[in-house]
Design a protein around this ligand. Structure first.
Ligand code: ADP
Length: 842
């Protein structure tokens, strides 16, 4: 509740608070600590005052006790003195009676009996003559003090003699020094000298028991209240009224006793104060009240502290909210129940451009309403005030102070105070100009995108990976396959595995989600050519797994119709094949005369051998030994002719292009076999060098042979044209393995080489420097080698002095398995010699 009030108040005076408060209130106001200190100081002051009062009370009581003690000691001293003085006087009177001649045993006996009756502390009394002898030894004297300790007889004899001479000398009553018995009891003797005129008649000795003095001379009410002792000069207790041992906190007071003097003192101990009920009750009451007051002050301090902390927390909360309100980008407006603006936050002012003072306190129409939209705005306000505002908020146009407009969305919620009563309506406003524009842009982009997709000549489709459900299909796809997923599946072929896609869908999303969309259209992405039987069309299909808009895995497929391209390709392939075939025919045609000549030789030889045989048979000289060698030679010549024909036939045989595992040496041997027929005509030798163990390669042997024949024929022509009469012209064919898994066949001639201008155009179709040349040979050779994923290139041979000594045509072919199936990879022919030189004969 307090928070809200604070919040409301801070909202009203936000500016003031913003300027001053944070620094001032952050550590609390200066006086806020005194709230906490006051109860603490009060507690301390109260404790000090209470301690002082208790101390002074205690002090006064102690003083009183001391006074009382002193009075009582003085009283005890007084009593003892009175008693002793009384005894002294009585004995003095007896001495005077004796001196005046009234001394007879009976009267002495009765007098002493009286005295000792009045003073039970006197243990023994007798008259001793100047010779220290009892005056009447046979007269029994009264012995009292039966309840008092007594000295032994010897001690008693000593006691009665003590101070005798001093009394005689001074002629006055004299107390002897203290005497002690074995048990430590004290005794004192009073000597009263008896003089008749100047004649010393002896002295009356009266032995006083110190214990007796204490027992009989101290009033009972005093000894009941206090412990009273008589001490000697050495502070030794001679007698005491109570055997209670002395406690350290016992108070006592001493006064000297005179008579008898001799350092004897009376000492009064005060017993510890008996419980004073009233006093105690008061003390406890005060203590209780003090505790209560302390507790109250403590509670007050705690309460103050809690209040202070709560206050701090509230301030922090208020400023936190304030800061939050200031920093939010959402405009906030508060309406009271009658539609009057009571509060707007800084964001609202920033958005609208209107100041707080322009808005707070205003009723409809509000300044930010567009003038042309009053009825609509009024309708929205009425809905708000009736509590009928839609939960999705209102969309409205807002007029800024500068006259410009923006689109906003306004959400309304009731404002409830701390007592649960609605006090108004809180509205939050967001500027949706940007999101709106973004939405419109997005819609336009979407439309453009759809238009592009729809007008594509490729069939674009997206299929849910787990259910094979068509999620998207563009116009072209729909045109070809309708809205069924069959078309997608047919195009996908083995590229769509529902079971695998659904089980690995998460991994696949993870795997593919990061791929850029361009991966689909890049030439590097795997494109597959698919023939769809139903519509008799070829498609180039690219596919990718994507994360569909609902997060599920889907397969997107773009199928481009390549039927026309495919047909054109097939046509081109056929034409290429025809061209190659034609080219071979032409080569053969060019070599026809040489071939005829070559064939002519074995045929002529056969003819000769046959004629020889016939002549032998006719002559009748026919023997087996003569005939057999001739027939064998005939057969050899027939094989040679057959071989030539076989080679020609295989070279020009029209067959489907077919790759098969072939030994390089075989191809080279066949090519050299054909070419050297032509070369021989020009007296050129062909040397073959196979430099390493050759693997089997996967090629079409006829085509590769065609290439080699062409290169050898060109080499022979170039050499013959350049130097027709050269001595021992040689073409070398070098076969070797090179780095990168290739076999390289090099045809090295001794012709003029290739100049730079020619080198550039050498492989162009119809480029020829010969008058009868077609210029197609090298072009076809290159396309054949490249179709085998090999390379064909030319370099000039340079001798040590830098002269061109001919040209070398290199032709490389990959060793690895080519496109054809069923091949078992590179293989080394074990029977092939590592190096072999075949020399073609002229
Ligand atoms: P053609 O043999 O019908 O001219 P090619 O395509 O086989 O067609 O050869 C094209 C040209 O390349 C030849 O005309 C010739 O000028 C040049 N050429 C080919 N082989 C050699 C070679 N070994 N030495 C020099 N030039 C050559």
């Amino acid at each position: 509740m307090l928070t809200e009030r604070l919040f409301a108040r801070s909202a009203r005076s936000s500016k003031k608070l913003n300027d001053t408060a944070p620094t001032r209130w952050h550590h609390g106001p200066w006086w806020s600590n005194s709230y906490l200190l006051t109860p603490l100081i009060s507690i301390l002051v109260f404790l000090v005052v209470m301690s002082l009062i208790l101390w002074s009370l205690n002090r006064r009581e102690q003083q009183q006790q001391e006074d009382t003690l002193y009075r009582n000691v003085a009283w005890a001293q007084q009593q003892i003195r009175l008693s002793m003085t009384g005894a002294q006087e009585q004995i003095q009177a007896l001495a005077r009676d004796i001196a005046s001649g009234h001394g007879d045993p009976q009267s002495f006996q009765s007098s002493t009996g009286d005295i000792m009756q009045g003073h039970p502390e006197i243990l023994y009394m007798n008259w001793y003559t100047a010779q220290h002898k009892p005056r009447w030894p046979n007269t029994p004297l009264p012995v009292l003090g039966s309840r008092l300790a007594k000295p032994t007889d010897a001690q008693m004899d000593d006691a009665v003699q003590a101070a005798f001479d001093e009394a005689r000398t001074t002629r006055r009553q004299i107390y002897s020094p203290l005497l002690y018995d074995d048990l430590g009891n004290g005794y004192i003797t009073l000597q009263t000298p008896v003089y008749r005129d100047r004649e010393f008649l002896g002295s009356i000795a009266a032995v006083f028991s110190i214990e007796g003095i204490l027992k009989h001379d101290i009033p009972g009410e005093l000894s009941a209240k206090y412990k009273i002792s008589i001490t000697d000069l050495n502070n030794r207790e001679l007698a005491t009224t109570s055997s209670r041992p002395r406690l350290p906190r016992d108070m006592f007071y001493d006064l000297p006793l005179d008579p008898p003097g001799q350092g004897v003192s009376v000492r009064v101990y005060s017993y510890p104060q008996l419980t004073n009920f009233t006093n105690n009750t008061l003390v406890w009451l005060v203590a209780g009240l003090s505790c209560f007051v302390l507790w109250s002050l403590w509670s007050l301090w705690k309460h103050t502290r809690q209040r202070f902390e709560a206050q701090q927390a509230l301030y922090a909360e208020a400023f936190f909210r304030r800061a939050m309100e200031n920093s939010v980008l959402i405009g906030m407006r508060v309406l009271d129940m009658h539609g009057r603006i009571t509060h707007v936050n800084p964001a609202f002012c920033r958005m609208t451009g209107w100041d707080e003072s322009d808005l707070v306190g205003k009723v409809a129409p509000f300044p930010y309403w567009p003038k042309d939209a009053y009825p609509e705005m009024q309708r929205q306000l009425d809905m708000t005030l009736r509590g009928k505002a839609p939960s999705s908020g209102f969309e409205l146009r807002v007029r800024r102070k500068d006259g410009s407009f923006f689109h906003a969305r306004l959400y309304v919620s009731p404002l409830i105070d701390s007592s649960g009563r609605q006090t108004g309506w809180m509205s939050s406003m967001t500027d949706i100009t940007e999101p709106r524009r973004a939405r419109e842009d997005l819609a336009a982009a979407h439309e453009r995108f759809t238009t592009v997709l729809e007008s594509l000549d490729a069939a674009v489709s997206v299929l849910a990976a787990d259910e094979a459900e068509l999620l998207f299909a563009n116009r072209y796809y729909r045109h070809l396959f309708g809205i069924r997923p069959d078309g997608h599946l047919e195009l996908a072929g083995a590229g769509f595995d529902t079971a695998q896609a659904s089980s690995d869908s998460i991994d696949m999303v993870d795997t593919y989600a990061g791929l850029p969309a361009t991966a689909l259209t890049e030439s590097t992405s795997d494109a597959q050519e698919v023939y769809v039987e139903g519509i008799q069309k070829w498609f180039e299909v690219r596919r990718q797994y994507i994360q569909w808009v609902d997060g599920h895995l889907a397969q997107m497929q773009i199928a481009t119709d390549i039927t026309t391209r495919k047909q054109a390709q097939e046509l081109a392939d056929q034409q290429e094949e025809k061209l190659q075939f034609t080219s071979r025919l032409m080569t053969m045609g060019e070599m026809a005369s040489s071939l005829a000549h070559e064939l002519n030789q074995p045929l002529a030889a056969i003819n000769n051998y046959c004629s020889g045989c016939v002549a032998l048979v006719k002559s009748g000289r026919m023997t087996q030994d003569a005939l057999l060698p001739v027939l064998e030679k005939t057969a050899q010549q027939a094989v040679r002719a057959g071989m030539i024909i076989k080679r020609i036939r295989e070279f020009v045989k029209r067959s489907e292009p077919k790759r098969q595992p072939t030994r390089v040496a075989d191809i080279v041997a066949d090519a050299v076999g054909l070419a050297e027929i032509e070369a021989r005509k020009r007296k050129i030798r062909i040397l073959t060098e196979i430099r390493s163990r050759m693997p089997v390669i996967h090629v079409d042997p006829v085509l590769i042979e065609q290439v080699l024949v062409n290169l050898l024929k060109n080499a022979a022509e170039a050499m013959h044209d350049a130097k027709p009469n050269a001595a021992d012209p040689v073409i070398r064919v070098i076969v070797q393995r090179v780095d990168g898994g290739f076999v390289c066949v090099s045809v090295v001639d001794q012709g003029p080489g290739v100049d730079e201008a020619t080198a550039e155009r050498l492989f162009e179709p119809f480029y020829s420097t010969k008058s009868d040349g077609m210029g197609m040979g090298l072009n076809i050779c290159r396309s054949i080698i490249e179709s085998h994923r090999g390379r064909l290139w030319v370099v000039n041979n340079i001798d040590a002095s830098g002269n061109v000594t001919g040209a070398t045509f290199h032709c490389s072919l990959p060793i690895g398995e080519a496109d054809g199936p069923g091949n078992s990879g590179p293989e080394v022919l074990s029977h092939q010699p590592t190096q072999q030189t075949v020399t073609g004969e002229l």
